[in-house]
Ligand binder design. Structure first.
Ligand code: 26W
Length: 871
């Protein structure tokens, strides 16, 4: 079919209309309403309709296919994806160049987002819709006999991140571009991203994420942008043209090669950039070694260099503490700062005092914190500034975001590792710490000397390892706080915990530095593009699609929450999305699920604090209740299809046991003839951005049940809310603000509060567990789901106070959780109430757009202004 059409087509003549720039400008309601309608229709292949404007696009895709694959026809969906992507790429680059020409001319202040992770997912769909060219491309692909959705499915996810932190960075880039903010992301171009997760006999297995084999149409290699990055070596003091200078002579050098990934804004001509660095050797190949027959040494430098940006560390809470990880962090920070300074120097010469007016940096958690020392090195050692002048510039330029309060996640690098790999930086950190502790000494002069000494020791950036006194550590969070102008948490409760607990000493000293910036997610990818049917309904109800970049307008849906006609349409959309998820479950597990069941979802990284274990316990209890029921009673029960998904860090044993428990319980209940029509549990493997885009629109209930005070914010909760999915959750992270916006009465809240945790942990061993809990512990321990030895550590961790301590208080929240689940069932039975709440969730999700979050960063921390190029 496809083949035939390609052969005949020479309809390449351009209609003259600049297809790329047919973007609807905000405010033009007619066009935009039409546009969203187009979104929904784009997917439905109606062969007849081949719009004139699609001609040039059809031609362009065909020629790309022809010359990319060098053959004339019979192209797969994957080929069509490549052809389409390389065609769209050109429009993206045009917009990129226009934007950067404008920014070059305007020379505005820039924000640079430094992150070790950018969880971008797929780009084709997002790029086509953000550029407003889905009409042409949808029509062209239809003309060629393809469906945009199927073609888009052929794209590999850019999985250059672990979870929340990495995905937040990606959402922020979309909002920064959409808000016309001069801003770039800087990170690492990992050759292998987040591992692919498989299930072998119900156990997680990891496979390398070989995502670049077919090239990457969304990146532009910048051959002209390379910087040297050094490691190791020695530091000397030398007189350089009469001035005492510090000279660092690295023992190892690599080259950072830049790749640009244009980031299209929505409904604006702005396309910004994500610059990722690839590590390459200075010397391609050591011919001398080769000729001497030492082939390994001939390739050694290449392997060592490429090893730096080869793979993403798959941990999302416990630092591996591996030297290579620090090498990765320094590699991209060094290249990024050199890059920014060379652009500044090109315009402003060595007027470095002005740098903070033209550039500021956001440190995405502690991972890029070596930037504090690196900026000092570049300003003092390379540019020859005085220490204090350099320090003023550095602290003005840098800002730090904390994303977790988990003690084990706060990076502390052994001084000896830092000193060996980055000898000059370790010196600089020592000098910073000296200045800091001396300043503290003066600032805390009113304290008694004993207390002052204690305080200073407690706030020292360099301190002894609490578990082994003769090892000194560099506390990266302390370095980030001392070296930054602003420090923020990612949700109200989290920012308070940062201020009142983990960084309280610093808060006492610099209260004005500490802020809150509640997270957000981009409504483009996470509603308009992954759920176009719901988007069309919202636009129809609100009379315009302006909500897509002005989500406060979603509040207008409250007027429709109890409207039966609107509820019916709302429900129909959810049903259609549930059917799609049912299709996926069928494809993966081979089972047909009851599509009238309540779709109950928990998708996020597997971690004990996120308590997937508690979810499984409630499912086992529900199963046991169903078993005790008569068939009639079962008929009255609310059937559930439970889905759990998420990766466990490859070295995180307990998390892997939790995954096995999920698959083991699923194996039993899904096959049970008595209950399988009323309860199912599926673990969907390889949870990633694309899978989330399929699951979230189909969800009716989502679970965010972390122990209060442990989940900094959460962002999937916001994505579910936007898609009208109700939440059962604890009073933690952004769940609290979601409840405030949606109406707490609409959220199924349970569990102990953060302020109770410390005491409850102390009393846990005397806590009288619920008899249902005891029963379940016996069941698992007794082998009800097999593998009892493998599950024993899981049971012990929460139920045997001699070995475990139930640190995340599952037993304490068990009864409240089951009660909340019963409330869910009761509410679901009243579909008009359920749908009213569902609409109220979307209506209350306006605050959780990353546009709102980025506006706050821009106004309160970065002080950058929009600079929109002309259309
Ligand atoms: C060094 C190993 C490591 C790697 C990643 C430690 C910690 C991390 C991240 C900070 C973990 C993370 O992704 N945190 C999540 O960040 C999200 C975005 O702010 C929040 O919504 C989540 O609550 C938080 O767990």
């Amino acid at each position: 079919m496809a083949y035939r059409q390609l052969q005949g087509t020479n309809r390449g003549v351009s209609t003259g209309a600049p297809v790329a720039y047919s973007r609807p400008m905000p405010g033009r309601v007619g066009r935009s309403a039409l546009r969203v309608q187009a979104v929904a229709e784009a997917e439905r292949p109606t062969a007849a309709k081949s719009s004139a404007s699609a001609e040039p696009v059809t031609h362009d895709i065909t020629s790309k296919l022809k010359y990319l694959f060098g053959r004339n026809g019979d192209y797969t969906n994957a080929d069509a994806y490549q052809g389409t992507a390389w065609s769209v790429r050109e429009k993206l680059i045009d917009s990129f160049n226009k934007t950067h020409e404008h920014w070059k001319k305007e020379d505005p202040k820039f924000i640079y987002y430094l992150s070790a992770e950018f969880l971008m997912g797929r780009s084709l769909t997002n790029t086509v819709y953000n550029l407003g060219i889905e009409g042409e491309y949808g029509a062209a692909l239809r003309d060629l006999g393809y469906q945009m959705e199927k073609v888009a499915d052929a794209e590999r996810d850019a999985a250059l991140g672990n979870g929340g932190l990495g995905r937040l960075a990606a959402c922020f880039l979309d909002s920064m571009a959409t808000l016309d903010l001069p801003g770039w992301g800087y990170g690492i171009r990992y050759k292998y991203g987040m591992f692919k997760q498989g299930l072998k006999n119900g156990y997680q297995v990891e496979m390398p994420d070989i995502w670049l084999t077919k090239g990457n149409p969304w990146e532009v290699k910048r051959d002209d942008i390379k910087f040297e990055v050094g490691f190791g070596g020695r530091v000397e003091r030398k007189k350089v043209n009469g001035k005492e200078m510090t000279v660092w002579t690295p023992s190892e050098k690599v080259v950072a090669q830049a790749y640009d990934n244009p980031i299209p804004g929505y409904a604006t001509p702005t396309t910004s950039n994500l610059r990722l660095w690839d590590a390459v050797p200075i010397h391609e190949f050591d011919l001398g070694a080769f000729n001497a027959g030492d082939y390994d040494r001939a390739m050694l430098e290449r392997e060592r260099a490429e090893g730096i940006s080869a793979v993403l560390y798959p941990n999302d809470s416990t630092p591996e503490g591996k030297e290579l990880r620090l090498k990765q962090q320094y590699f991209f920070v060094c290249a990024s700062l050199q890059d920014v300074m060379s652009r500044f120097r090109a315009v402003h010469g060595s007027n470095w005092e002005a740098l903070p007016e033209k550039a500021c940096f956001q440190l995405n958690d502690t991972h890029p914190t070596i930037a504090v020392a690196e900026l000092m090195r570049l300003l003092v050692d390379v540019e020859g500034l005085e220490w204090d002048a350099a320090w003023t510039i550095t602290t003005k330029c840098l800002n730090y975001t904390n994303h977790t309060v988990m003690p084990e996640a706060l990076e502390k690098w052994p001084v000896k590792v830092m000193a060996k790999m980055l000898p000059r930086h370790m010196e600089i950190i020592e000098v910073i710490n000296e200045g800091w502790t001396k300043w503290l000494g003066v600032h805390l002069k009113d304290l008694k000397s004993e207390e002052r000494a204690q305080k200073i020791a407690a706030m020292s950036i360099i301190h002894a390892n609490p578990w082994n006194a003769d090892e000194m550590l560099v506390n990266m969070a302390y370095l980030a706080v001392v070296g930054s102008s602003a420090v923020n948490g990612v949700a109200a409760i989290h920012s308070n915990i940062v201020k009142d607990e983990i960084l309280n000493d610093f808060y006492q000293i610099f209260p004005s530095k500490f802020q809150n910036k509640t997270n957000g997610v981009t409504p483009r990818r996470w509603l308009a593009w992954c759920n176009p049917e719901l988007a069309a309904l919202i636009t129809e109800a609100l009379g315009s699609s302006e909500w897509i970049n002005d989500t406060e307008k979603l509040a207008g849906l409250r007027a429709f929450a109890s409207d039966p006609a609107f509820q019916a349409k709302w429900s129909a959309v959810k049903k259609a999305k549930k059917a799609k998820l049912a299709e996926l479950i069928k494809k993966i597990h081979g089972d047909d699920v009851n599509q009238n069941a309540l779709f109950d979802i928990q998708i996020k990284r597997i971690h004990e604090y996120k308590r997937q274990y508690l979810n499984v316990l409630s499912i086992i209890w529900r199963y046991k209740q169903l078993k005790k029921m008569t068939p009639e009673q079962r008929k009255a029960a609310v059937p559930r299809v439970c889905v759990i998904g998420g990766k466990a860090a490859s070295a995180y044993d307990m998390a892997k046991r939790i995954i096995r428990l999920v698959t083991a319980v699923g194996d039993v209940i899904n096959k049970d003839p008595e209950t399988k029509d009323y309860l199912r549990l599926y673990f969907l493997p390889d949870y990633n951005v694309s899978l989330a885009e399929t699951i979230i629109p189909a969800a009716e209930l989502s679970q965010h049940i972390s122990t209060a005070g442990t989940e900094a914010s959460g962002t999937s909760n916001m994505k579910f809310q936007m898609n009208g999915c109700l939440i059962i959750g604890t009073w933690d992270g952004a769940n609290i603000e979601i409840a405030e916006e949606t109406g707490v009465e609409n959220v199924f809240v349970f569990g102990v509060r953060a302020e109770e945790i410390n005491q409850l942990r102390k009393d846990r061993k005397n806590f009288k567990t619920d008899p249902r809990w005891d029963e379940l512990m016996k069941d698992i321990e007794g082998g009800m789901f097999g593998d009892k030895d493998y599950f024993k550590p899981l049971v012990d961790s929460v139920n045997n106070m001699k070995v475990g301590n139930d640190w995340f208080l599952l037993a304490n929240d068990f009864a409240g959780y089951l009660a909340a689940q019963e409330e869910v069932d009761a509410t679901y039975k009243d579909q008009s109430e359920w749908l009213r709440r569902s609409i109220m969730y979307t209506a209350g999700s306006g605050k959780f757009s990353s546009d709102r979050t980025i506006r706050e960063y821009a106004e309160d921390i970065w002080h950058v202004k929009p600079a929109r190029p002309s259309a």
